[in-house]
Design a binder for this molecule. Structure first.
Ligand SMILES: C[S@@+](CC[C@H](N)C(=O)[O-])C[C@H]1O[C@@H](n2cnc3c(N)ncnc32)[C@H](O)[C@@H]1O
Length: 271
């Protein structure tokens, strides 16, 4: 059993509790601080809750024994048919014909164990290889995994955004480890403040955040560009698609894994 403690601002207790419940927490206990404490049984469930807490969490405290324990058990993951995501320190040989991406085991989301990362990575690799985007934006970059997938799949420049400074530190470290830091930059800038348009926009974030960001995601997607979305359960798809249609985006592709949905959209005039 894993115990997670989220230190939140007093005014955010109700909102963050609601998000944790919506993301699958069976119980949320409020302790002094205030700290919200939840218990889960798996690493992927823990990560989903950490991600769900989103911008409202000002500090997170994980049980140290859990932190070191699960990090020690991470191994290579087949992120796409071609790309293997491998933790640094793991000596497994990559099969012939596969491309290895290194990542430092860390609390930042993106070790490939969650279906949403794999869904987004597959679409990202395919679109990068087919369309060679010159500018890629990865919103909610976590440990930078999708930004790195894009960077090894095309020659374009990639900007990764995240609200979590720890995630940005992990993303920069991983870009350096993979010798991609010349083309991958990472920033805490809110999406609303990003100017210009991108040929490929990626966002693997909780459904409620995608709904909030829908207008800005549409704004930063170039007229001939593509938007890859992941992070929502299949049953939330219609709600998000309706919102995106209102922003002028049309669905042009979808994929599913373990009940999670991956979407590809384009500005409607070009769909
Ligand atoms: C599910 S993780 C995705 C990580 C990685 N891109 C992947 O595909 O595995 C979502 C990330 O989005 C970040 N995030 C949440 N709300 C955000 C927002 N409004 N703007 C930018 N990043 C956000 C979280 O801090 C977290 O690192």
């Amino acid at each position: 059993m894993i115990e997670l403690g989220f230190a939140v601002r007093p005014r955010d207790v109700a909102a963050v509790s609601a998000r944790l419940f919506a993301a699958g927490a069976g119980a949320v206990e409020e302790r002094e601080g205030p700290t919200l404490v939840v218990w889960v049984e798996s690493e992927s469930a823990a990560k989903a809750l950490i991600c769900a807490a989103g911008v409202e969490v000002t500090r997170r405290a994980l049980d140290p024994s859990w932190q070191t324990e699960w990090l020690r058990h991470l191994g290579p993951v087949a992120l796409t048919q071609r790309i293997v995501l491998q933790p640094t320190g793991n000596a497994t040989k990559v099969p012939r014909g596969k491309r290895r991406l290194w990542f430092a085991p860390d609390q930042a989301f993106g070790d490939g164990s969650h279906a949403t990362t794999r869904l987004a990575a597959r679409a990202t690799e395919r679109l990068c290889r087919e369309l060679s985007p010159a500018r890629v934006l990865d919103v909610g970059t976590g440990n930078g995994v999708l930004a790195l997938v894009a960077a090894i799949s095309c020659r374009g420049r990639v900007l990764g955004l995240d609200v979590d400074p720890a995630a940005l530190g992990a993303a920069r470290k991983n870009a350096t480890k993979n010798r991609l830091s010349d083309r991958c930059k990472f920033s805490r800038r809110p999406l609303a403040q990003v100017r210009g348009r991108f040929d490929l926009v990626l966002a693997n974030i909780e459904a409620w955040v995608l709904l909030e960001l829908a207008g800005d995601l549409a704004r930063v997607t170039a007229p001939a560009g593509h938007l890859v979305l992941s992070g929502l359960l299949c049953e939330r798809g219609d709600e998000l698609l309706a919102r995106l249609r209102a922003e002028g985006l049309s669905e042009v592709g979808r994929d599913e894994e373990d009940g999670w949905l991956g979407l590809v959209l384009r500005p409607s005039a070009r769909a």
